[in-house]
Design a protein around this ligand. Structure first.
Ligand SMILES: Nc1ncnc2c1ncn2[C@@H]1O[C@H](COP(=O)(O)OP(=O)(O)OP(=O)(O)O)[C@@H](O)[C@H]1O
Length: 479
């Protein structure tokens, strides 16, 4: 493996890396940095925690130092927290350059952001929705001269999931120059390679870490098979165990909905565990504050939805618990990748109910690794079961007495308005669709019943006929 100087980086940048303890390039840096410095588009697919951020930050800073101007580079990323983390890497590594960066994400003041954009920062790190809003609403900045477009977590940005970025990306790509370098990075790029290739047009340099497995060797991947009703008791038991056994530990627990995130946080607090949450129904400032407290180990347990599944780099996280089994292997890969980063060890434990076993099989097939069962003293779990379930019920009642569901409804309406839709019209449409769906279901049921009746009738007739034939035959055979 080479060193950073031989990759083509200047001494000041190498020194800056050394100050951060980055002494030797990781394979993704070793391979992608020279290609980017050569001026090529690049697609880099490497495991979680393998240093992909520095693989694009370093060559961009090198090129920026040779010809500094603003706006030089645009980085797009799917979550707001990740945007801050990437901007911080640029800021720290680019300090000797006097780098000016600007973060454009939702949930923060738009006017301040517009002012910052008009000040020609060198690097803009943004989530697509908010940047597209700025483009639609103002002409006080230009991105027509940018040299680099970077899509971090590129597959997430381009997939059509629950948050669909494609329309916003179209708006953004519309103001960028055709002549630019486009860099795409993710731990799960290969899943959506074809769509990605159309974004990086100039015969991109493609690099993928060669490994049979898709998760890191340092990660001990476990599962616990549990009935749905005992899941929380297992969770409390596991946390108690880690608390008893380790002084210096941090845990991220992933769950599938904001509500579940909220209830679990309340529950764990009832059991006196230092817990904090992160989900999309929280105010942005609260999200940042909670993440900062978790990073500083003020709180040792973070309960999060998949908004925290990608990219977050928190070295103290030793354990990831999946309270629900992820429906997609790539979500599993990113979630468990929040631990065992940059060569450290880590454990992931996935709680699996009997209905999720097929999901575990497809995860194992994708990551080419078998999850091992995590040994648990079942007696100990059962001894706290009633207490845990009563506490959950109490927390659910407490949450119902707040305006949590109402807020959810308001957020949904806000989102629809932002998408240019009329919430009332959408609600009517949804109700109409539900009605049609239920009518279709009833109709289908009726047809099924009719077919069944017909079949039964035919069978009955057949049997009758058979019986008649038999009787006739018997009568004929009688002497
Ligand atoms: N060459 C290096 N040597 C040692 N540590 C490094 C090196 N490059 C990066 N790191 C550190 O490794 C950690 C993980 O890096 P990074 O966040 O870029 O991972 P990633 O590959 O983007 O992961 P993910 O897929 O989860 O986003 C960071 O704390 C970073 O400072």
């Amino acid at each position: 493996m080479s060193d950073f100087v031989s990759l083509g980086l200047s001494d000041w940048l190498v020194k800056q890396c050394q100050q951060l303890g980055i002494n030797k390039p990781t394979p993704v840096q070793d391979n992608c940095v020279p290609a980017i410095l050569e001026g090529r588009d690049c697609m880099g697919c490497a495991k979680t925690g393998s240093g992909k951020t520095a693989a694009f930050v370093l060559p961009v800073l090198q090129k920026l130092s040779e010809d500094p101007y603003g706006i030089f580079c645009l980085v797009l990323t799917p979550t707001r927290e990740l945007a801050y983390q990437i901007a911080e890497q640029f800021r720290v590594l680019g300090k000797p350059l006097g780098l000016r960066d600007c973060i454009i994400v939702g949930g923060m003041d738009m006017v301040t952001q517009a002012l910052e954009l008009s000040n020609q920062p060198h690097v803009v790190v943004a989530t697509p929705g908010r940047l597209a809003d700025h483009i639609r609403s103002s002409n006080t900045f230009s991105m027509s001269k940018i040299k680099f477009l970077i899509l971090d977590e590129a597959d997430r940005l381009l997939e059509q999931g629950c948050t669909d970025f494609t329309k916003d990306l179209e708006v953004i790509l519309g103001i960028l120059p055709a002549k630019r370098q486009t860099l795409l990075f993710s731990a799960t790029l290969t899943d959506t390679l074809q769509e990605l290739k159309s974004i990086a047009m100039n015969k991109p340099f493609f690099w993928e870490s060669k490994s049979e497995t898709r998760t890191v060797e340092e990660l001990d991947q476990r599962y616990i098979l549990t009935p749905e009703k005992v899941k929380d008791a297992y969770l409390i038991h596991l946390i108690q165990k880690f608390t008893d056994e380790h002084d210096d530990w941090s845990i991220i627990i992933f769950t599938n909905t904001c509500k579940s995130c909220q209830i679990l946080t309340m529950m764990l607090r009832e059991f006196n565990f230092p817990t904090i949450s992160l989900h999309s129904m929280m105010k942005q400032k609260q999200r940042f504050a909670n993440l900062a407290k978790f990073k500083a180990s003020v709180y040792k347990i973070l309960i999060a939805t998949d908004v925290a599944a990608r990219g977050l780099d928190i070295p103290t996280v030793q354990v990831v618990i999946n309270h629900n089994t992820p429906g997609l292997p790539k979500i599993y890969i990113h979630r468990v990748g929040r631990t065992a980063r940059a060569g450290r060890n880590g454990v992931s434990i996935t709680l699996v109910t009997q209905y999720d076993i097929h999901l575990v099989h497809s995860i194992e097939e994708q990551i080419q690794t078998k999850l091992k069962e995590y040994p648990v003293e079942e007696k100990e779990v059962l001894s706290i079961l009633t207490q845990v379930n009563v506490t959950r019920r109490e927390c659910e009642i407490k949450l119902e007495s707040t305006d949590f569901d109402e807020k959810k409804e308001i957020n949904k309406r806000k989102q629809l308005i932002l998408e240019g839709k009329d919430p009332d019209l959408e609600a009517r449409r949804k109700a109409e669709l539900e009605k049609i769906k239920s009518q279709k279901k009833k109709f289908k049921q009726k047809i099924q019943e009719h077919i069944q009746r017909q079949k039964r009738g035919q069978l009955k007739k057949k049997l009758m006929k058979k019986k008649q034939m038999k009787n006739k035959k018997a009568a004929q055979e009688k002497p």
